[in-house]
Design a protein around this ligand. Structure first.
Ligand SMILES: CC(C)(COP(=O)(O)OP(=O)(O)OC[C@H]1O[C@@H](n2cnc3c(N)ncnc32)[C@H](O)[C@@H]1OP(=O)(O)O)[C@@H](O)C(=O)NCCC(=O)NCCS
Length: 241
């Protein structure tokens, strides 16, 4: 597998998707299409490093093989995560309500930033959260971000048997070159617009707010549990006044 970028290194479970408001029924009485779903995808920073490692280590050998091009062991995952550069690259994630990182995407910029800057995309979704288009949403988010920072070409290196990833890239309009067991997809990105900047800004703000709410909900739940335990006492019986 090509290894030009840091992304492909060689060294409970809903995301609380928020349905958008349902579109009104049409005058002809046709049933409108299913409402779009807003998935809270947030940009991850340094303080998420440990959770990214836990996410990747939760993948089995087969998924690690798909993700990295070889069945990375835990030590290799640790090296990959330690090497993540949050200043240079962009890491996106989806947390569920229990603050488990159920999906992670890495947009790694090519080192030679010439006239046609490019980036490589890699993604993983925990098995129990698959089939909900989180992978596709992360790809779309990465495309938008890449456009907004001036990237004109996005790559994805996929094992040729990885139908799900090929579908994600193909739906986005990628073209593919197959080389035996591996396939390289690339997508030419249109330039950024005011709209693409605004959409990304709003999506990021909503995702950050969603994350904060989940953190607060967990804190309240922990406090309530502690109070209940204290009230019941160590023997499990309720304390009398
Ligand atoms: C690839 C991966 C990220 C897809 O995540 P996901 O959230 O389940 O994907 P989506 O729900 O967005 O589905 C994408 C498309 O693939 C299809 N798909 C999903 N799983 C599939 C499977 N096992 N076989 C065939 N098609 C599948 C979906 O139906 C969808 O197609 P559609 O839009 O035409 O309906 C996930 O399977 C994964 O983490 N795999 C291990 C790591 C990996 O392969 N990473 C990619 C290489 S960088």
């Amino acid at each position: 597998m090509t290894d030009t970028l840091s992304n492909t290194f060689n060294p409970a479970v809903s995301a609380d998707a928020v349905p958008a408001a349902s579109p009104p029924a049409t005058a002809q009485g046709r049933v409108p299409r299913k409402p779009d779903v807003m998935v809270p995808i947030r940009s991850l920073g340094e303080n998420h490093r440990a959770r990214i490692a836990s996410h990747l280590k939760a993948l089995d050998a087969h998924d690690r093989y798909y993700r990295f091009g070889f069945a990375a062991n835990d030590a290799q995952i640790d090296r990959y995560v330690d090497g993540l550069n949050f200043e240079r690259d962009e890491i996106f994630g989806i947390y569920n309500r229990y603050l488990v990182l159920i999906a992670v995407a890495h947009l790694a910029y090519a080192p030679d930033t010439g006239a046609n800057p490019s980036a490589e995309f890699g993604v993983s979704v925990l098995p129990q959260a698959r089939g909900r288009h989180y992978g596709a949403r992360l790809f779309e988010r990465a495309v938008m971000h890449a456009r907004n920072v001036g990237v004109s070409k996005m790559y994805v290196h996929v094992l040729s048997e990885n139908t799900a990833m090929l579908r994600i890239a193909s739906h986005a309009g990628a073209t593919f070159v197959r080389d035996g067991a591996e396939t390289e997809g690339h997508l030419m990105l249109p330039p950024a617009t005011l709209g693409s900047h605004l959409i990304e800004l709003v999506e990021e703000q909503l995702a950050q707010a969603n994350y904060k709410i989940k953190v607060q909900a967990r804190q309240i739940s922990n406090t309530l549990s502690s109070l209940q335990s204290a009230w019941r006492g160590s023997d499990g019986t309720e304390k009398s006044e």
